[in-house]
Design a protein around this ligand. Structure first.
Ligand code: SAH
Ligand code: TMP
Ligand code: ZN
Length: 405
């Protein structure tokens, strides 16, 4: 049993995916044999209920300067962040001369909208190449890992922040105590720390097991985030469920006592109790489903190969590392994966060594089946690739269950 990174309580493991590579490290043939592997195992804290990994991958390995993920590759996410930016410009940033800080701004998908509105802002992200894209879009970025020391330096240089925002990043940071200490140092009195991340409730309800990979060190719930905020001198004052990435939650925390909690907090907590999110039996069932989905996926791909059907992958996601490596799926079952990210094309998936090709390869000619590893972008991708189905092609999904559509 490991110790909870938040409260020091006992963490009970519920699934072990075994040896896994660093998920966003897309390699060249030259790198085979030098890849870094770690044990990917998840558990829940028997005290504060935080779901977390047993082993931590060094942050410099996960987020090097050439980290390949680019947020702006999805038009749905671009719209989501444009809306989010407008919302904050009318609320947290509506005062005189507001200052906005964003943790994990990546290519500026959100930051550029805030900066474009003339608001003082700073993005903090260690991924230098992604940060260069944000800068080219007109934003100010500090290439660094956000932690207490970074926050203190920003405060000294730029003064207090009215809003510290972060999307799909806070759950990636094992040393989260330092992030909260940084938010405390940086925020103006009455300021808010708002972060959104994949939601544990959706992951369990839809068996989204591939959301478990190195970067997703924590899987947040309202209950565990409330306990975490309290432990670090903050209070969870609002929550909002978001329909992105298969289901996410936006958490608003403020210094304890500064804002009255919105009714949504109690409502979501009650819903989580009804859904048994903190019950060990829930995780036992989840583990059974993970194994069953993986067995079915392997069986399906095996029989398609035996029938001589062609199968490719769509979306070289970080999630796909968990699926391909745990299920033992390599180029013999999926000869290539298409992905729109230029930084990933021409490389291979970590551990499973499946070549990555541009989406044009998908149509040349269409395969019989395509495993949709980017299922969180299903609507966007299926609309874009409408002709695939019209040509008789079928998508393979493996969450919430294995099916062809
Ligand atoms: N906010 C974007 C990007 C998410 S990817 C979106 O929602 O699409 C996560 C990003 O967080 C990466 O760009 C990574 O480099 C960055 N990151 C990881 N650890 C960080 C830290 N400690 N401080 C700031 N950024 C971090
Ligand atoms: P994500 O699930 O971590 O957001 O990653 C999605 C991956 O899928 C990313 O590598 C880009 C790729 N992708 C496409 O290839 N085509 C698309 O239309 C979309 C939206 C994503
Ligand atoms: Zn705990």
């Amino acid at each position: 049993m490991s110790k909870c990174r938040i409260c020091g309580g006992a963490v009970q493991e519920f699934f072990d995916f075994g040896r896994q590579p660093v998920s966003d490290t897309f390699i060249t043939p030259h790198d085979i044999g030098t890849e870094h592997f770690y044990r990917l195992a998840v558990g829940f804290c028997t005290s504060c209920s935080m779901v977390q990994q047993a082993e931590e991958v060094a942050r410099e390995r996960m987020f090097p300067s050439d980290y390949p993920y680019r947020s702006s590759g999805s038009s749905v996410m671009r719209r989501h962040f444009e809306r989010t930016a407008r919302h904050f410009l009318e609320t947290e940033l509506a005062g005189p001369d507001p200052f906005y800080v964003e943790i994990g701004c990546n290519d500026g998908i959100m930051l550029n909208s805030i900066g474009g509105a003339g608001v003082r802002h700073l993005g903090v992200d260690p991924a230098a190449e992604a940060a260069a894209v944000a800068r080219a879009g007109g934003s100010r970025v500090r290439v660094a890992f956000f932690e207490e020391a970074t926050a203190a330096a920003v405060r000294l240089a730029d003064g207090p922040a009215d809003l510290v925002f972060s999307a799909n990043t806070i759950s990636h940071i094992a040393y989260i105590d330092s992030v909260f200490a940084g938010a405390a140092a940086l925020l103006a009195p009455g300021g808010a720390f708002v972060f959104e991340d994949r939601y544990l409730g959706d992951i369990l309800a839809q068996a989204y097991f591939d959301q478990i990979y190195d970067e997703h060190f924590y899987l947040f719930s309202v209950r565990s985030v409330q306990a975490m905020a309290k432990r670090f001198g903050f209070e969870l004052v609002d929550v909002a469920h978001l329909p992105v990435h298969g289901g996410a939650m936006r958490y608003t925390v403020a210094r304890a006592g500064e804002r009255p909690p919105a009714p949504a907090v109690a409502e979501l907590l009650a819903q989580e109790r009804r859904r048994c999110l903190a019950e060990p039996s829930t995780y036992k069932d989840f583990a059974t489903t993970i194994d069953s989905n993986c067995e079915q996926l392997k069986a399906l791909l095996g029989s398609l190969r035996a029938e001589g059907r062609t199968v490719v992958g769509y979306g070289a996601t970080s999630k796909s590392a968990t699926v391909t490596n745990y299920c033992g799926i390599g180029p013999e079952l999926i000869p290539f994966i298409c992905d729109s990210t230029p930084e990933k094309q021409g490389r291979m998936t970590p551990g499973s060594h499946i070549p990555i090709r541009p989406p044009a390869a998908f149509r040349d000619p269409y395969p019989d089946y395509a495993v949709l590893f980017a299922w969180n972008h299903a609507e966007e991708i299926m609309a874009k690739e409408q002709d695939f189905r019209e040509a008789g092609g079928k998508w393979i999904l493996y969450v919430p269950e294995v099916q062809t559509v």
